[in-house]
Design a binder for this molecule. Structure first.
Ligand code: FAD
Length: 405
């Protein structure tokens, strides 16, 4: 049993930003997602963790609710939520096992946004409706051995072959690879063009000859979502697989999609922090030592206070960063700053939650133990905390130097 959380906080009117989905319709969507998460998914968390999979009925309900395409524009069959709305949904989804969100996270986020932002009309028409419906799962395949934090180290190549391309290389830790129908694959053009960085991105059906998906990785947390290596051996695609028909937009597409995703990840972190806080408050109010509820001890109250402060600060920061993104005020510093703060914050909040639970917090099947492991990933993927610091600090210094030059 968890205590009531405080998502009723007014997020402000979005009318001035003219979202595709008006406020009243969005309020219904959010209520439905919140109800689904709390009444359908939270009771199944142990099943998801122990089976390391999302039950088919929950996948079906997610698809029916439009969750595979909430951030895909309506003209392509999605719900068309903007990022201000997306983060509100992410804070709701973050309240339960993060593996649920992972199932449709790549369609809406890192993979889907490459198509939405950089695909041709034909590419969008071919892929986005199926992705929005949940019939197609797309994976974002960028990371390789030696090319995680820095894509400049990419070794995967794409060479012209008649009317199409041949892709060779190996990717690792690719979310949803075991269930993917399509890979958004980043590769260096071979030979390197005279201008530009030569990083291109391709849309490759998962059943194309030469693709091998490795065994599912054994991860620390987020059981229920799968990652794997993906190897491309002489994988041939036609010219229309090149995103945007342009061999030089891969780097920009990756950076833009990742930056947007960072605001979303920060919102997930806030959702998990809220859940860890609620679990902590419930436990502390009821569990006793020497006949006294541990929540009556001021040192326990102090831990709860620190959790609450983190949640409130994170939520406010997420909303500000999402607004800055939608209004095109800041699409670089704010996404990194908010991901850095919120993912570090949830790490501390989860750690405090384990502490508040005492020995129980170390036991498998107690929610805060799972949260402690699950949120560790948030500081690693879509840019580590160190990379976020470099983007924020380096960005501010470069801007100042430019002003002074
Ligand atoms: C569960 C999971 C799911 C993932 N899903 C995907 C996915 O769907 N698609 C995908 O493409 N990738 C995915 N990744 C990969 C993920 O984005 C990378 O693991 C991450 O970006 C870090 O890269 P790396 O593992 O190569 O570590 P490295 O880049 O080698 O980093 C190791 C350490 O060095 C530090 N470091 C690196 N460069 C610098 C620098 N310049 N200055 C200071 N410190 C530095 C890092 O901060 C880190 O502490 C996933 C990873 C995991 C674990």
């Amino acid at each position: 049993m968890v205590a009531c959380s405080s998502y009723g906080v007014d997020s402000g009117s979005m009318d001035m930003l003219n979202p595709d989905v008006p406020d009243d319709v969005f309020a219904d969507v959010r209520t439905q997602v919140s109800h689904f998460v709390r009444s359908r998914v939270v009771p199944r968390e142990l099943e998801i963790m122990n089976t390391d999979s999302i039950p088919e009925d929950l996948r079906g309900q997610s698809a029916e609710m439009g969750l595979f395409g909430y951030a895909i524009p309506q003209e392509w069959g999605g719900l068309g939520l903007n990022l201000i709305q997306d983060v509100e949904i992410a804070m709701e989804l973050g309240y339960t096992t993060l593996s649920l969100r992972s199932m449709f996270g790549t369609n809406n986020g890192i993979a889907g946004q490459v198509l939405v932002g950089f695909g041709t009309e034909e590419q969008k028409a071919k892929w986005l409706p199926g992705m929005a419906a949940g019939d197609i799962v797309a994976s974002f395949a960028l990371t390789e051995d030696g090319a995680g934090s820095n894509p400049a180290g990419l070794k995967t190549t794409a060479a012209v072959d008649g009317s199409g391309w041949v892709i060779n290389g190996s990717k690792r830790y690719i979310t949803n690879a075991p269930i993917a129908n399509m890979f958004v694959v980043f590769a260096k053009l071979d030979p390197k063009p005279e201008s530009g960085n030569g990083i291109a991105v391709f849309l490759v059906p998962a059943d194309t000859a030469g693709i091998q998906v490795g065994v599912k990785d054994a991860k620390m947390g987020q059981q229920g979502s799968g990652t794997a290596d993906v190897t491309f051996t002489d994988v041939r695609v036609e010219a229309d697989a090149l995103v945007g028909g342009n061999g030089d937009i891969g780097y920009k597409a990756a950076m833009t999609s990742l930056a947007r995703g960072r605001v979303h990840i920060a919102a997930l972190a806030v959702g998990q922090a809220q859940r860890a806080l609620d679990e902590s408050v419930s436990y502390a109010a009821a569990s006793t030592q020497g006949g006294e509820p541990i929540g009556n001890f001021q040192l326990v109250q102090a831990m709860i206070a620190d959790q609450q402060v983190g949640v409130m600060a994170g939520r406010a920061m997420v909303r500000e960063a999402a607004r800055a993104w939608v209004q095109e005020i800041d699409r670089r510093i704010a996404p990194s700053a908010v991901k850095l703060f919120c993912t570090e914050m949830v790490g501390r909040v989860a750690d405090l939650a384990v502490q508040i639970h005492g020995g129980a917090g170390y036991m498998r099947e107690v929610p805060v133990e799972r949260i402690y492991r699950d949120v560790r990933l948030l500081r690693l993927y879509e840019g580590t905390s160190e990379i976020q610091r470099l983007i924020v600090g380096g960005g501010l210094i470069r801007a100042e130097q430019k002003r002074n030059s």
